[in-house]
Design a protein around this ligand. Structure first.
Ligand code: FE
Length: 344
């Protein structure tokens, strides 16, 4: 990045999510996209680490024969198989695509925080696999060996094609639409749809008083992920405002088609995870749940709902919409060391 020596100050009006002024990307002020700064502060306020959660109760349940049925063991391992690689795929996209092309420094600040949170999530799954004594070879290879996980991962990874190319640049109609497509796929579909059946399965265990420590890990993860989704939606809607020419009727239809394809992959995955249903949740109710959240994601970027179905798992929205005022996580107290008390 070459900069010019000048007395001419940055004009906030030239700041853009993509294609902003070059010199602008390291000057946090004047801040324009304040939603990103709010998200950064909210992320810091929600700081947590997987190792703060005691896994002992889960370890006992997992290792005591008869506590979990074969179907439950299969469901738990399959969702973990999805999770273990999914957050690494999300992290790669932040670093290799989003961060490189986003020119708003306040958005870059949040992307740095978000990338770290994806690492914390990957750590959480590693900690669960290790604590429960699972076969890591089996779990970590599932995204290539189990059809329903493979199909989701390979769908998502096609949207890295071209964007990860070092010569990719925004600034043309085609490349800007391609970048916007990437953000839409990763926010709305990956973070907004692909995680949610798996979250619901883990909360299904929790509602039966099973695997409650794993569920606590997932609650923290879901709280972070709902923030990632909100930020992604703000990015999309702000790009739409700043470059309305990108949001053509054809492109809108393309987004609707992609979300429908993502929903289909997700309920195929759900049917694979529990062919006979689990905890009173069957494949049909999962399909309806996935269609319901797909409609909500479309609505948030101003696109028409496609399914018009009610939410069969109303308890999921309670789990998602964590009340910030209330101390939801009462199982522990966090005290982070401040600079003055660090031991070297
Ligand atoms: Fe995320």
């Amino acid at each position: 990045m070459a900069i010019e020596k000048t007395q001419q100050r940055v004009d906030i009006n030239t700041r853009k999510i993509i294609n902003g002024a070059d010199a602008d990307v390291v000057q946090l002020y004047p801040m324009k996209h304040t939603f990103a700064w709010d998200a950064y502060n909210a992320g810091n306020a929600n700081h947590w680490l997987p190792t703060e959660i005691n896994m002992q109760g889960d370890v006992e349940q997992w290792k005591t024969p008869g506590v979990l049925t074969d179907d439950e063991i299969r469901a738990f391992k399959t969702v973990l198989g999805f999770f273990t690689t999914a957050d690494s795929i999300a992290a790669n996209n932040i670093v290799m695509a989003a961060y490189r092309h986003v020119t708003s420094p306040e958005c870059r600040m949040y992307l740095l925080r978000q990338a770290y949170e994806e690492a914390v999530h990957t750590h959480a799954y590693q900690y669960m696999v290790e604590s429960l004594g699972l076969d890591s070879g089996e779990i970590y290879n599932m995204y290539r060996e189990v059809d329903a996980i493979y199909n989701k991962a390979s769908f998502i990874l096609t949207f890295n094609d071209g964007i990860f190319d070092p010569s990719f640049k925004t600034g043309t109609f085609e490349s800007d639409q391609k970048f916007l497509e990437n953000i839409i796929v990763f926010s709305l579909i990956m973070e907004g749809i692909f995680f949610y059946s798996s979250f619901a399965v883990i909360f299904g265990f929790q509602r039966q008083n099973k695997m409650k420590s794993s569920a606590e890990q997932i609650q923290y993860i879901m709280r972070d992920e709902s923030q990632h989704l909100n930020f992604g939606i703000n990015l999309i809607n702000t790009i739409k405002e700043e470059q309305p020419e990108l949001w053509t009727p054809e492109f809108q239809q393309h987004v609707v088609d992609m979300v429908k394809e993502g929903a289909k992959l997700e309920y195929t995955f759900a049917a694979e995870v529990f062919p006979k249903g689990i905890f009173g949740m069957n494949a049909e109710s999962f399909k309806q749940y996935i269609e319901h959240i797909s409609d909500r994601r479309l609505a948030r970027v101003g696109l028409p709902e496609q399914f018009g179905v009610s939410n069969p798992f109303p308890w999921m929205s309670e789990a998602v919409d964590l009340n910030k005022e209330k101390n939801f996580f009462e199982t522990r107290v966090i005290e982070y060391k401040t600079g003055g008390t660090l031991d070297w």
